[in-house]
Design a protein around this ligand. Sequence first.
Ligand SMILES: Cc1cc2nc3c(=O)[nH]c(=O)nc-3n(C[C@H](O)[C@H](O)[C@H](O)COP(=O)(O)OP(=O)(O)OC[C@H]3O[C@@H](n4cnc5c(N)ncnc54)[C@H](O)[C@@H]3O)c2cc1C
Length: 386
Amino acid sequence: MDLDLTPDQEQIRKLAREFADREIAPGARERDRSETFPREILDTMAPLGLLGGPIPEEYGGMGVDDVSHALITEEVGRADSSVRTTLSVQISLVEKTILAYGTEEQKRSWLPRLCRGEVIGCFGLTEPEVGSDAARLRTTATKQGADWVIRGRKMWISNGSVSTLALVFARTDPDMGKAHRGITAFLIDREASPYGSQAIHGKLGLRSSDSSELILDDVRVPDAARLGEPGQGFAIAMAALDNGRYSVAAGAVGVAQACIDASVAYATRRRAFGKPIAGHQLVQEMIADMTVETEAARLLVWRAGALKDRKRPNTRETSIAKLYATEIAQRAADNAIQIHGGYGFSDEFPVERYWRDARVNRLYEGTTQIQKLIIGRFATGIDAIA
Ligand SMILES: Cc1cc2nc3c(=O)[nH]c(=O)nc-3n(C[C@H](O)[C@H](O)[C@H](O)COP(=O)(O)OP(=O)(O)OC[C@H]3O[C@@H](n4cnc5c(N)ncnc54)[C@H](O)[C@@H]3O)c2cc1C
């Protein structure tokens, strides 16, 4: 077993780290305050290939391996979880799903434009009444002649308002008894088949990431917009979430690392009882706990990535990484606020944002409870959410 990064992986990590420090971190507080979507940052990332890391070069990406993709995602997450979320949706949920399930025409039509940032994609699975229990989604797609007509609402859709491409899951077989076997995936081109959106404001965190309701009022798409086979949609959604969860896990490791960096910087400067607070054992304990948990989470992410790179099953390992990394990122952010004392409670320091932003990682792309049920299914052989 070799836990060293290759020279290429080290180089990618360095590129992403320098980019994140220079271009993403400095404006994060202002974007958070003003709820500004990071469009300009995406425009800067695109020419560097960072909007298409794991996508093969022939489709406009960088063609990096999955471990490298996690390294990039960690660095972006260290700087700003809102930018990381935008990227996770664009790359892991939309691009990688088109790469895996698209026809050659769909791949050639969408992937280069997504990698260049000319098209922003969103992933519409959750609905106002259905989240964890995605197999019971209610949006319908009805065949009318050669077209499909899609009707319903999607809730909490990241990139929804700014998207010009929506990967949407809809019920094509009204028999709810078939639940997950009656769902089909569609790629909706907003220019050709306009859909509505309504941005959601007042979020606890992730304020510069766009979260929207998608309004699908009889949106007509050609059969060529179908991704995969009729009835294959639920399997496609679950495969997409394996990729999405991996990037959430990597981003959460980035948040935890940012908490350590901020805490060490503050604790070695701030003095109490005649010495830097870093010299007090109970403060060191918090930093030691954060360090142990962050390194453990990073190794779990790399293990999932190594399996992905070898094309081996990784649902269990990805869920373990997602569950653990997102839980420890929250603890790290809590400790970071504690170490900053009263200053940790204001946005003069970034740690309160880390804490607010970390919260959603335990909800989206499958809540902590859903990850536990997946891991429990592998352990017991009993599917509690079938
Ligand atoms: C900022 C943000 C961005 C998001 N982006 C997207 C996106 O881009 N695309 C998208 O499709 N969705 C997105 N989501 C939606 C997200 O994936 C869902 O919120 C999540 O899956 C949970 O669904 P729910 O909110 O309907 O909660 P519910 O499913 O109603 O769950 C409520 C609670 O019940 C628990 N629960 C449910 N079932 C069980 C069970 N069987 N056993 C134990 N506990 C259970 C859950 O764990 C949770 O604690 C986003 C959400 C947020 C907040």
